[in-house]
Design a protein around this ligand. Sequence first.
Ligand SMILES: [Zn+2]
Length: 415
Amino acid sequence: MISRMGRSAWDTERRTTVWVDDGVEGLAPGMAGGRYRCRACGERLILKGARPSAKVQPHFAHRSNDGCSRPEQEALLDAADEVVIQLREQIRALPGVTHCVTASPGEDPEHPTGLPPAVLAQCGTTTVVIEAPSALPGPEAIRRRIRAVRDEHAGAAHVWFLKRDLAQFQQLAPHPVWLRGQKALHEQVAPNERQKAINEAGGHVYWLDGKAVLVPYGIRRFQHPVQPGQDWTNWKWRSDPRDDWRISKPRPAPDADTWGLVPVAFVSLTRTRGAFRPADAYQVMDDLYAAQERRITWRNEHAREVYAARATPPAEPEAEVEPQQSPPPSPVAAADGEAAELRTPPEPEPEPESLPATGAAEHPAGATPPAGTGTSAGIVPPPRPAGPPPPVPAPSAPVPAPRLWQRLVRLARRR
Ligand SMILES: [Zn+2]
């Protein structure tokens, strides 16, 4: 029987995992006083093939010819290591990264956290500790690692790259957002207890998906309160206009209901000189926040307008739609029907609400459309600035509501 050629061991002297593929320089050969231990079974290992005269490749051997007594665990550790080693090479290749090694902060071989080694990278003056676990251990093990990183690498950013699998990516319906004049769909996840533990301890939870990194922001849903002088009904929206959400950024707040994800390129992480941060994602989040502020202002104003319009029916409706009284609507706005009639706010009212296709999943709390919203009635599309090119309407784009003058004619007939 030839014992299995182990590629890794826990080095009790350096207090980290060592791989023979990284070279055996500085590693004492043989038993080395019991320096090397198997991470699967805990047995003392022998470093063989480390001497220049050796006939075999360097490897760690168990004393027994049968190899490790826990071969399945050993194979899992090897597979998890492989992911970390690959990530280390990816990070080494990033521009601006000056130093990149693996380390196991706070790891105790007697009581292992179950986490593979982390990648420790230097980018400009900032240090970043990057985890890439195949599976997240329990919250206590996570907190232990976070404390150790704080103790050993004060001021370092602690980043966790998770896998896009069922255990680490609890996917929900896409989250529709209004971004830079366009409707976009962001992926949405329900964070689990472990991911929340990382986030709340100040760590960063990202998902690594090929060459893309998914960076989360918090989504907190709320209902606009009805203030005196406001009418939130009869907007002819498919969803309740009072249903809204707020973003928390650059990290999700602990009270976030779900997390929305901004995709950015992995190589963009070091784009900001001397820092390892998803600057592109933060920019998107800032844009989402600005859109939110405009949206909230617009809706509150519109609720007052609807109330005022109902309280005092216009005596001379024609006067309101005199073309010269409002800026000429752009072709885009005109095509949007009601958008052209709404008083154009200084900034576009973003967010034409949830897409009909995802509306049900978007508002699981049993939100019902406002009374009077028939199947033919659409969402009120927001007014758009005249400048940007027209967004291509999605197949599920809202049906434009009747133009104001048509509604006024109907109103006049009824009276
Ligand atoms: Zn073993």
